[in-house]
Design a protein around this ligand. Sequence first.
Ligand code: FMN
Length: 403
Amino acid sequence: MLHHVKLIHATKSRKLVGKKIVLAIPGSIAAVECVKLARELIRHGAEVHAVMSENAQKIVHPYAMEFATGNPVVTEITGFVEHVELAGEHENKADLILVCPATANTIGKIANGIDDTPVTTVVTTAFAHTPIMIAPAMHSTMYEHPIVVENIEKLKRLGVEFIGPRFEEGKAKVASIDEIVYRVIRKLHPKTLEGKRVLVTAGATREYIDPIRYITNASSGKMGVAIAEEAEFRGAEVTLIRTKGSAPSFVENQIEVETVEEMLQAIENELKSKEYDVVVLAAAVSDFRVKEKANVKIKSGKELVLELEPTPKIIDRIKELQPDVFLVGFKAETGLTEDELIEAARKQIGRAGSDLVVANTLKAFGSEENEVILVGRDFTKKLPRMDKRELAERLWDEIEGLL
Ligand SMILES: Cc1cc2nc3c(=O)[nH]c(=O)nc-3n(C[C@H](O)[C@H](O)[C@H](O)COP(=O)(O)O)c2cc1C
């Protein structure tokens, strides 16, 4: 690997370490995104090999992809049978062929088994034994062409996964780099939670004072989102209940709520309609709400006293609805010693029947990191300060061990 590529390798995560990805680039203007896409895949640990159609080479010079990947770029199929080297069935073959950004032309050729460009030849070679993902990019009138629609349907039926597109400015634009990376990780990740159904809550609730003002808290929702996404990477069927305004997520199945009442309602609906294996309550729900919400905006300029009442305790409802679910609660307090925090976590285990409590010391509050103590029924584990994504991995390792 070239030195400048080594510098960025696996700096964001190790999710794609050991994975060989062929980035097969057709001639869409969105090919200009491929330098950044390749670098981002490498930051998650992947080894990337670019293959370019002749038309792609008119839009982005192969030098740019050579630089981005640190590997030779396939611009034509020669006597070295590059397509077999990269995508044939042998021990050194690619783990994934990512066709991005896919033109209407290339999609049509793949759907009909035609391979007259380096991109389509690599896909044909890989089709029977290597996963193929396609991220389309084209003008919306091209995307709506009935034969293009039919080609995409046909490929989906044959097991090809499509990423995006996003519809903007009259175009079916290529999916964002973040979404593509998310989907690639999800595709290639070990599936240790396959067959499990997981419910995760994330974010801060809002309790309205009047139609436009509310009481909330400083939770960003990042921890809950990281937990939900990690479960999805591991193959679980995930439902993420996210509060409005909190960190966005690529989890496929999401429910948006605002108030504690709505959060409780959504959880009850889920637990009454489906059997879950694990519930993780990472959302910071308000402990109080305004006793009487004003129907019109409260006038400014004079003193205002709000009377607050306690909100229902969501965590106490979970085991009532599904006694056998594995329940993970969070506990965050300020002004407590470590022992007192562990004690508070134990109380939650006693009261709500949590199987595991993530006790947050709040030492890293408001950052990308977290410092927590895991409190189980018969153990405590103090974890070092770490990135929220890394903590989500640690947490699922722990839960998998206890399930
Ligand atoms: C600047 C430029 C941008 C283009 N962008 C797209 C695009 O986004 N989507 C698409 O389907 N075709 C696009 N085309 C047309 C394709 O390049 C054309 O269909 C070509 O035959 C595709 O060949 P390939 O799929 O082998 O790369 C573009 C062409 C040019 C010159």
